[in-house]
Design a protein around this ligand. Structure first.
Ligand code: SF4
Ligand code: SF4
Length: 203
């Protein structure tokens, strides 16, 4: 005779085990969900470690990082804004960040907000401008990072050398060359590559 389903030993054992076990499902949202440490969640900038190079914006496949050089204020700045609503959490920004710490994926997964700014991650870096033509060279922090990477070789480039010298307070800020028409003697200025070539060829 075929027993009713619940009286079959295997099913009965499973039913009794389930009756005296804890629920398999989680009690979210009563107990917040804790993702594993390797979880690839919302990317966050680290203001201290980011050098403003813009590599993250270059490699982002969904183009969700805007890079704007703002020269209008009292201090020229590079602004990087990551838009969470376009982010696919792929991790390319973190992978290609030269400092490896400038942007990192957090374990944040519950991204709720009521304003557009809640979905924007920003970082701002002061820009270094050419003293001759005023064009953007790089963020100051990027040049400082270069100084550390190059070591003594940093002193082969006058622009990098001057940034390092300013940090050591050994550069006389009062000495300015004729910016309109720099001469060969003015090579020791902060210059973009184009102006540096001009002063190298000047007499
Ligand atoms: S995780 Fe991917 S999509 Fe999101 S900002 Fe980084 S590179 Fe772009
Ligand atoms: S240092 Fe890293 S986080 Fe900062 S702009 Fe460069 S790639 Fe992006």
């Amino acid at each position: 005779m075929r027993l009713p389903c619940l009286l079959q030993p295997r099913i009965l054992k499973q039913a009794l085990t389930a009756l005296f076990s804890r629920p398999y499902t989680t009690t979210f949202p009563k107990t917040p969900y804790e993702p594993i440490p390797q979880f690839r969640g919302r990317p966050r900038y680290n203001e201290k470690e980011c050098i403003g190079c813009g590599a993250c914006a270059e490699v982002c496949p969904s183009k969700c990082i805007d890079l704007v050089d703002d020269l209008g204020g009292a201090t020229p700045v590079r602004r990087l804004v990551q838009h969470l609503d376009q982010c696919i959490w792929c991790g390319q920004c973190e992978r290609y960040c030269p400092t490896k710490e400038g942007i990192k994926q957090s374990t944040e997964w519950d991204c709720v907000g009521f304003k557009r700014e809640d979905f924007e991650e920003k970082v701002e870096k002061e820009l270094l401008l050419c003293e001759v033509c005023g064009s953007v060279i790089a963020p100051v922090d990027q040049v400082r990072w270069l100084v550390k990477q190059l070591g003594p070789l940093a002193y082969t480039n006058p622009t990098v050398m001057l940034v390092a010298g300013r940090d050591l307070a050994i550069v006389d800020e009062g000495v300015k060359a004729e910016a309109e028409n720099p001469l060969r003697a003015d090579r020791l200025m902060i210059q973009c590559p184009r102006c540096r070539r001009k002063t190298a060829y000047a007499v």
